[in-house]
Design a protein around this ligand. Structure first.
Ligand SMILES: [Zn+2]
Length: 173
């Protein structure tokens, strides 16, 4: 039986480019073998796979282990990149960089947790990684303003650690 807390969809978003969207909980109950089989069944119609991890709401270590094996499997089948990476995966990537594939795997955008101290409100924003510059070798989150009060937002994370995987991503293949 499939786990109702985990959903995946595959959609062709350009010629040969398929987007895999994962949603929900990634743990030991998730059958990533089934996801892999669906991707592999695209055969010659598959030129590259773009993965959207923005809707993953819970992960555990078993799920992460399975996920890394899945990615290794996918790397033998097609070119893999990530379109949107949510906060949970960004946090994992700072300690286990290969949750986002081998070094140099392209990550288009990531979720950044911003916070307005004046409104006492969090706002998570997806930002293109190309707009996160390296300053003295350290990735630096761009300044954002609160859409309600206009105050400068703070990063609600240890920025250096949170963004450290970007150095790995920008490393040579
Ligand atoms: Zn505000």
């Amino acid at each position: 039986m499939s786990d109702p807390t985990f959903i995946y969809t595959i959609e062709e978003i350009g010629t040969g480019i398929h987007e895999l969207r994962l949603e929900g909980t990634l743990n030991e109950d998730v059958n990533l073998g089934e996801v892999a089989a669906s991707v592999i069944s695209l055969k010659e119609h598959l030129q590259s796979l773009s993965i959207d991890l923005s809707q993953i709401r819970m992960i555990n270590s078993c799920g992460i282990r399975e996920w890394i094996l899945f990615l290794e499997d996918m790397a033998t089948v097609t070119k893999v990149q990530f379109s949107r990476v949510g906060k949970l995966f960004v946090e994992q990537a700072s300690t286990v960089p290969n949750v986002l594939g081998k070094p140099g795997t392209h990550v288009y955008s990531i979720e950044l947790p911003y916070y307005c101290t004046k409104c006492d409100a969090a706002s998570n924003i997806f930002l293109e990684t190309s707009k996160i510059p390296l300053v003295n070798g350290q990735p630096k989150a761009p300044q954002k303003k609160c859409h309600r009060c206009g105050e400068a937002l703070e990063i609600d994370a240890f920025e250096e650690e949170y963004l450290s995987f970007l150095k790995y991503m920008k490393a040579k293949k």
